[in-house]
Write a new protein. Structure first.
Length: 485
């Protein structure tokens, strides 16, 4: 196994360390399975029984989808904690991939809401363990001063979206032709392929990949086991008492994520293992966290409101053939595949002259708001009245906004991370995605197919305003970042 220094010097994968290729691959296949399943999840929940669905109300379906997406990113806390304190990032990623595959198999084989419950819990927990740690491992391949770092994350992100493109296309086709459970089964096959290729290439990640940066003393382990049991028991009691239902699940997750985020920031800022310089950098991450949550609350509506919009309002007919609803989920990844390399090359070429991270976050959030405002000219139309080309243009704006914020957020979270909270700082960025994703489910309850103007106008305007505010305070944020761009 190569040393950390050797890994950082090598350029065996398009000028980047070989380990990037392995992480690129496992994340690609994980996203294939994740987005393949999520592309058909909402319609599976609200389609009628004779269409192969579960006949849930649309508001309930979007609540479940938003809550599930939020829980995926919320579970990065667990994955990051296990990595930082028990197993290390590399082994946590490996075991999480196995859990994801079990979840997709459950969705494919177990009928009704039982399959949905078991499958989404396994996929959610597994994805939480894989996502944050894969990104953290990418960060270990580079020195903090290495100018290839942002480009490396952009290449990694292209792998994410290659899987995100292929997943909805193939699982959607399987669902359309032979049924939902075959689509879920195909997602399971994709995750199995990813697990195999990752196992073969684990040796390329370097010695630091298996480190446990903040080991949990043996005497403290029982209290964490007890805490875990108490949390699970509390969840069961809330469900049985009717306090948590499918219809309000997204709202519950929003509340939980807000509390968890506050606690996470407080723990890092109060920790004696965090230096004064590191503490300033954690403070600088707060406005970035807020911008990220605002961005994702709109962006993740691809799987809630945009899915319903594509099913009921979009003209999906091409030369006499009707495109499956889930294929709309592949439009954004196509743009990412095309333009991720362009943005990576742009940041590399600009070097020190590129916009600072706070400015990139401001631009990403504002552009996302403009994308929602672009729905207004088509608002309040009838069935099949929205042109496919118009939605393609809107999703292009989604893509530009995403490339300004998402891979940059992954990168900056590793650069701002205190040494004792390396994986957990990445988890904090994913918490902002969790909050935004859960909000996408909560906000979707207010979407009215017959009166769309207030929905798209208000949300788009608020996002633009958040972007402007972040741009105005960016000089102060950069000062707190203490030399990190």
């Amino acid at each position: 196994m190569s040393t950390s220094t050797e890994v950082r010097r090598e350029k065996g994968f398009f000028g980047h360390p070989r380990g990037l290729a392995n992480l690129f691959g496992v994340e690609m296949w994980e996203r294939f399975s994740f987005y393949g399943m999520q592309g058909i999840l909402a319609i599976y929940l609200y389609y009628s029984v004779d269409q192969g669905g579960l006949a849930q109300p649309k508001a309930t379906a979007t609540s479940i989808v938003g809550a599930y997406g939020g829980l995926v990113y919320l579970s990065t806390i667990v994955g990051a904690w296990v990595a930082d304190r028990v197993l290390g990032a590399e082994r946590t990623l490996f075991y999480s991939a196995i859990l994801i595959m079990i979840g997709h198999v459950s969705l494919a084989l177990l009928p009704g809401l039982a399959g949905v419950g078991v499958g989404l819990v396994c996929v959610g927990l597994g994805s939480g363990g894989l996502k944050g740690n894969a990104s953290a491992l990418v960060g270990t391949l580079y020195d903090k001063s290495d100018e290839r770092r942002d480009a490396g994350f952009s290449i990694f992100y292209m792998g994410v979206n290659l899987g995100g493109f292929l997943g909805p296309i193939l699982t959607g086709l399987a669902q359309d032709k032979i049924g939902f459970h075959y689509g879920f089964g195909l997602a399971a096959v994709g995750m199995a392929v990813g697990l195999i290729q990752y196992t073969i290439g684990r040796k390329n990640l370097g010695a630091t990949a298996g480190e446990v940066p903040n080991p949990l003393p043996a005497k403290e382990r029982p209290k964490f086991v007890v805490a875990g049991v108490v949390v699970v028991a509390a969840i069961v009691v809330c469900v049985l008492a009717g306090l948590v239902t499918a219809a309000n699940l997204a709202d519950v997750v929003v509340g939980v994520v807000i509390v968890a985020s506050i606690i996470y920031f407080a723990v890092m800022l109060a920790s004696k293992k965090v230096t004064a310089l590191e503490r300033k950098r954690v403070f600088s991450f707060i406005p970035l966290f807020i911008a990220s949550a605002a961005f994702w609350s709109l962006f993740q509506q691809q799987f809630t409101v945009v899915t319903i919009y594509s099913d009921t309002r979009l003209d999906r007919h091409l030369f006499g053939w009707e495109m499956p609803v889930s294929w709309v989920s592949s439009i954004n990844p196509v743009f990412i595949i095309v333009f991720a390399a362009v943005f990576a090359a742009l940041w590399t070429k600009l070097g020190a002259r590129q916009p600072s991270t706070p400015v990139k976050f401001a631009m990403g959030t504002a552009i996302m708001g403009l994308a929602f405002l672009a729905f207004l000219p088509m608002a309040n139309g009838g069935a099949n009245s929205a042109p496919l080309l118009a939605l393609v243009g809107i999703l292009f704006l989604f893509t530009v906004a995403e490339l300004m914020l998402s891979p940059i957020g992954l990168s900056v979270s590793t650069k701002l991370a205190p040494e004792a909270f390396r994986s957990q700082m990445v988890a904090l960025f994913f918490l902002s995605i969790s909050l935004g994703t859960a909000l996408s489910g909560s906000l979707a309850e207010y979407y009215d197919e017959h009166n769309e103007t207030p929905y798209f106008g208000i949300l788009g305007g608020v996002a633009v305003l958040v972007g402007v505010v972040i741009a105005l305070v960016s000089p102060y944020v950069r000062k707190l970042m203490s030399g990190v761009r």
